[in-house]
Design a protein around this ligand. Sequence first.
Ligand code: COA
Length: 140
Amino acid sequence: MPAPFRLEADARLSHSEINAAYAWAEWPQREGWRLDAVGRSCTWFAARQTDDGALIGIARLLDDGGLHAALWDVIVHPDRQRQGIGRALVELAVERCRDRRLVALVATPASVPFFRALGFVPESHGHTAMYLRPHLAEAC
Ligand SMILES: CC(C)(COP(=O)(O)OP(=O)(O)OC[C@H]1O[C@@H](n2cnc3c(N)ncnc32)[C@H](O)[C@@H]1OP(=O)(O)O)[C@@H](O)C(=O)NCCC(=O)NCCS
């Protein structure tokens, strides 16, 4: 039986907690000024173990408040994956932007089945998501 967890909306996450979660996914560590900027424009969601409060999952919502929202940084600790924590985080974030016309995200290859299971699709009404990495543009 998986250990119980609780969810937090408008979570206050420290730089070290966020970077610890990035490390679970083997993503780069981010500078404090970037995380501060992200924290000013986004809403964090967190999953914590009920017994000791340890962070076991995060998600981040960038919401323009009227039309569109984007979901970023959905990460669950490797020891706690496939226990419904990612689904619970995404459902909580999507509930927050239920009235928007579009919710977008960029899925890692391994997370495509997860997001598909939650109803996300790679193409919608003939529209395809596209993106640019400006800091790499000169190398393109
Ligand atoms: C993607 C991720 C957040 C999923 O979190 P999770 O807590 O393991 O997901 P859940 O347990 O809520 O899964 C919900 C459903 O998604 C699907 N799913 C999740 N992981 C899956 C996988 N590896 N393969 C196939 N289906 C998967 C299943 O349908 C699952 O339901 P089930 O367990 O009843 O079959 C987690 O694997 C992770 O942190 N990955 C590394 C970071 C990452 O790539 N994040 C996405 C980019 S933003």
